[in-house]
Write a protein that binds this ligand. Structure first.
Ligand code: ADP
Length: 461
């Protein structure tokens, strides 16, 4: 009997999420049984295949995961593998090869990166990379970047240096397959944004939302599942929700959440800004609405997100303007007119749920509601961890303490706080900069830390 061809051992596991603070590190947590089956130990590299192939370094499971058959991946990796939480992926052991050449480009719109491919080399040294992946500079690393407040950029009057995590697309990597950067790798950085090809958009994932665990679960059930598995709902004969109303104070992450759901569901995202669309000329607003719904229907699966819906659809009884009446009527017509099979969900946000037209709350319209509150201490802590990802923090910075002392802050306030603290840190090193030269000496950059005092000073502002 002829020998059967030697087949690589394959293991199939269900995808779950990684803790937000571990995201961007390029690791995958898998069960010890799977490690044994694959013949790998911690630190080895595995290939992960869903609709796409990607790779990660193996790390032991969380203590509470012992005995559970899941692979934990961060949001970028889920996109890179073409698999959402709950999907199955195939794993196999893989040998990484040293890269001769790797080309990166910014994976975020409006992000212009300048210069130093060398800094990138340091950031990704030894990390498993596959062409087409989106990767993040994480941990205490910095790369030159344009992703910073204009205020800061002005102060520096120089190629901008980001104090935050930056997302990059691996445009190409040679040789083919899974590679890593070593001393001899030639690294190139393109300056312009590049849309990932067959991969999902990764500008926002669930990892970028702090303190919203339960909300994310609710939205996953209401929106992500129906968008990703429409046939399941058809089979069961239940209509997935058409409209979901998010209500909560401004700056609590409603917009970010809608974007994350779209990305994680592999759906197109269409944004309608309430006040903006109201400002259009006679008849224009309705036309815009129709156009957006038409485009979203064509591009389905899609999410149409209506921000500040109260401004376009206030209670009709209270409305004096004809324009509002027409727009509400148009929106209702569009929602009622969607074919049951159209894979489209409308998510609307408001901070005044009782101020919107009741007709919009009827079955088949915005008949689901999710409340998003002001984050509590642990939520604020999570949000801080997200916004300080990639920020070189001083040893005296205690995120727990900051979370305790920021009662009442919403996500947007926490984001502003970390931004301000970074600016404080830059202010401190300003005297050491030679602004004429337009570059920051590497040794100054290397010692740049955002300290506890920077945060306290930022809080005072
Ligand atoms: P909303 O739509 O509720 O007004 P956004 O989603 O526009 O709020 O949030 C504004 C910004 O505040 C976001 O881009 C993000 O930087 C930050 N932010 C808000 N909520 C969160 C959160 N839960 N986690 C992380 N960042 C948040």
């Amino acid at each position: 009997m002829a020998d059967a061809p030697v087949k690589e051992k394959q293991v199939k596991l269900q995808v779950a999420t990684l803790r937000a603070e571990e995201s961007g590190a390029g690791i995958a947590r898998i069960p010890r049984t799977a490690m044994a089956e694959l013949g790998v130990t911690e630190g080895d590299v595995i290939q992960i295949s869903g609709k796409r192939d990607t790779a990660a370094r193996v790390v032991a499971p969380y203590a509470e995961d012992e005995g559970i058959e899941v692979i934990r991946l961060d949001g970028l990796q889920r996109a890179n593998a073409g698999a959402g939480a709950g999907d199955m992926v195939h794993l196999s052991r893989v040998e990484m090869r040293p890269a001769t050449r790797v080309v990166f480009a910014p994976a975020q719109e409006n992000l212009r990166l300048q210069g130093s491919a060398n800094a990138l080399k340091r950031s990704f040294f030894g990390r498993p990379l596959v062409a087409g992946d989106t990767v993040a500079t994480a941990g205490q690393q910095r790369v030159p970047a344009g992703d910073m407040p204009p205020q800061l950029r002005q102060m520096l009057n120089a190629p901008a240096y980001a104090l935050a995590e930056v997302r990059l697309l691996v445009v190409s990597a040679n040789p083919k397959g899974v590679v890593y950067i070593d001393e001899s790798t030639e690294v190139e950085l393109l300056s312009e944004y590049q849309e990932p090809q067959d991969a999902r958009r990764t500008d926002v994932t669930y990892d970028d939302l702090g303190g919203l665990g339960d909300t994310i679960n609710q939205l996953r059930e209401m929106v992500e599942l129906p968008l990703r598995y429409p046939e399941l709902f058809q089979r069961l004969g239940v209509d997935p929700p058409r409209g979901v109303l998010l209500h909560g104070p401004p700056g609590t992450g409603k917009t970010r959440l809608a974007r994350a759901v779209a990305n994680e569901s592999d759906a197109q995202f269409f944004l309608i800004n309430g006040p903006e669309i109201m400002g259009s000329a006679y008849g224009e607003s309705e036309k815009r609405l129709r156009e957006i719904f038409e485009a979203a229907t064509k591009a389905a699966p899609s999410i149409v997100f209506i921000d500040e819906i109260d401004s376009i659809a206030p209670k009709r009884g209270q409305v004096t303007g004809e324009a509002e009446k027409r727009i509400v009527a148009q929106l209702l017509t569009l929602m009622d007119g969607l074919e049951p099979r159209t894979n489209l969900v409308v998510i609307a946000a408001t901070n005044r749920p009782d101020a919107i037209d009741e007709a919009l709350r009827r079955p088949g319209r915005f008949d689901r509601e999710i409340v998003i509150g002001v984050p509590d201490e642990s939520g604020r802590r999570e949000i801080l961890a997200i916004h300080t990802r990639g920020m070189p923090l001083g040893e005296d910075v205690d995120l727990g303490e900051l979370a305790r002392t920021t009662f009442g802050f919403v996500g947007a306030d926490m984001a502003a706080l970390t931004r301000e603290a970074a600016i404080e840190a830059v202010r401190r090193i300003m005297p050491k900069l030679n602004l004429e030269e337009g570059t920051i000496p590497p040794e100054v950059l290397a010692e740049l830390r955002v300290t506890r005092d920077d945060f306290l000073n930022a809080l005072k502002r």
